[in-house]
Design a binder for this molecule. Structure first.
Ligand SMILES: [Zn+2]
Length: 337
C-alpha cells in the first residue's frame, strides 16, 4: 500500500473501532472524496489537489496511485501516521490552503497520538448542526467540529448574520414600500450602482439566471427591478430559516462564501477567508451574506466584483448591473449601513 491508501485504511479502522452515540454517525471519507470528485458543481479546480496537498505538507509521497510501499504502518511511525491521516481528513473535508494545513500539522505533531486520533474522529463525525441561541432562525453547521478557530468564528458568523438582518430590515422599511418616496441618500447610492432609478429597461434582456425575477409587463424602471430583487432577498432571509456552513464543497483558499443553487432553507457556505472581511462598511461579512442571498433568491450572477468596477458597470452595462450580485451588496451596504 502507498502512503495515501495506508492513511485511508487507518482512518477507516479508527472509524470502525468507535461506537457512535445515538443520532451520530461518521463519514466514510473515501466515499465522501469520491462524491466530491464526481460532483459537477466542483468547478473551483481539481479536488484531487486536496489529498495531495495534505500529503505534501506531511512530507509523504503525493501520488495517490503510486506503487511505492508505505512505511507508515511501522510502529515507529504511529504518531506520524495519525497526524498525516488527520491532516488528510481535514484537507478533504475543509479544503483549506496549504499554509493553514501547515499550521495544523505543526499543532497536531505536538499533541499526544490519542488526542490526534480524537480530533480525527471529531472531524469525521456527522451531524454537527447547532441552532443559534442568539438567533432562533439561524442554524450553524460544522462550526463545532472543525477546530478551535471555527468555534471562535461561530460567534463572528452570528454577528455577521445579525448585521445582515439589520441591513435588510432597513431595506424593507425604507426602500421596498412602493408608495414611499425614496430618501435622497438612498437614491444616490442607487444611482451609483444601478444608474438612473427611473430609466426604463426591457426586463426580458436582463441576464438573470433561470429562476430570476420576471414581470408581466416587460418594460419596467430600474427601481422596480432592483426592488423586486431585494424584496425576494428580504422576504426569504428575514422570514425564513438560514443555515450557514463552515466549509463544504468548493471552498478553497480563495473562496469567501458560496451558495449552491436555490435551496430551502437557505444554505450559505463560508470559508476561512470570509472572516478576513471587515465587519461593517463596504465589502463586509454581512454584505457577503447579502451577495449570496441575491444568487439564491433572485438568480443574480457575478458579472463584476468590488465597488469601483460595479459603479463602472452601472454606466457601461446597466442591464448587467441589475443582475450583478456585488452591485446589490454595495448598494445595500452603502444605502442601509
Ligand atoms: Zn457571487
Amino acid at each position: 500500500m502507498n502512503d495515501y491508501k495506508t492513511l485511508i485504511a487507518f482512518i477507516e479502522s479508527q472509524v470502525q473501532s468507535v461506537v457512535p452515540d445515538p443520532g451520530e454517525s461518521y463519514r466514510d471519507l473515501h466515499a465522501y472524496f469520491r462524491e466530491k470528485i464526481d460532483n459537477p458543481s466542483n468547478d473551483k479546480g481539481d479536488v484531487r489537489l486536496m489529498a495531495s496537498r495534505a500529503l505534501k505538507v506531511a512530507g509523504l509521497n503525493q501520488n495517490r496511485h503510486s506503487h511505492t510501499a508505505s512505511t507508515l504502518n511501522q510502529p515507529a511511525n504511529a504518531h506520524k501516521r495519525a497526524c498525516a491521516a488527520t491532516l488528510l481528513a481535514m484537507s478533504i473535508i475543509r479544503d483549506t490552503s496549504e499554509s493553514l494545513l501547515t499550521n495544523d500539522y505543526k499543532r497536531l505533531q505536538k499533541m499526544q497520538t490519542s488526542a490526534v486520533v480524537a480530533e480525527l474522529l471529531l472531524l469525521l463525525k456527522k451531524g454537527d448542526t447547532v441552532r443559534s441561541t442568539r438567533h432562533p432562525k439561524l442554524e450553524l453547521k460544522n462550526f463545532a467540529s472543525a477546530g478551535t478557530r471555527t468555534s471562535l468564528w461561530k460567534m463572528e458568523i452570528e454577528d455577521a448574520y445579525a448585521r445582515a438582518l439589520d441591513l435588510l430590515l432597513r431595506c424593507e422599511m425604507t426602500f421596498l414600500p412602493p408608495s414611499l418616496p425614496i430618501a435622497q441618500r438612498i437614491r444616490q447610492c442607487f444611482t451609483d450602482y444601478f444608474g438612473d432609478p427611473d430609466a426604463m429597461v426591457d426586463t426580458s434582456t436582463i441576464p438573470f439566471k433561470v429562476g430570476g425575477p420576471t414581470w408581466g409587463t416587460k418594460n419596467q424602471s430600474r427601481l422596480t427591478v432592483a426592488r423586486e430583487v431585494m424584496r425576494r432577498v428580504c422576504r426569504n432571509f428575514v422570514r425564513q430559516e438560514v443555515r450557514i456552513y463552515f466549509g463544504g464543497r468548493s471552498i478553497d483558499a480563495g473562496t469567501f462564501a458560496y451558495v449552491s443553487g436555490a435551496t430551502n432553507p437557505t444554505k450559505i457556505h463560508v470559508g476561512g477567508m470570509f472572516f478576513t472581511k471587515v465587519q461593517t462598511g463596504l465589502g463586509s461579512e454581512a454584505g457577503t451574506i447579502v451577495h449570496e442571498c441575491t444568487h439564491t433568491f433572485a438568480g443574480t450572477k457575478d458579472h463584476k466584483y468590488r465597488s469601483d468596477p460595479c459603479k463602472q458597470l452601472a454606466l457601461s452595462e446597466p442591464l448587467k448591473a441589475l443582475s450583478n450580485a456585488d452591485s446589490y451588496k454595495f448598494f445595500v451596504e452603502s444605502a442601509f449601513g
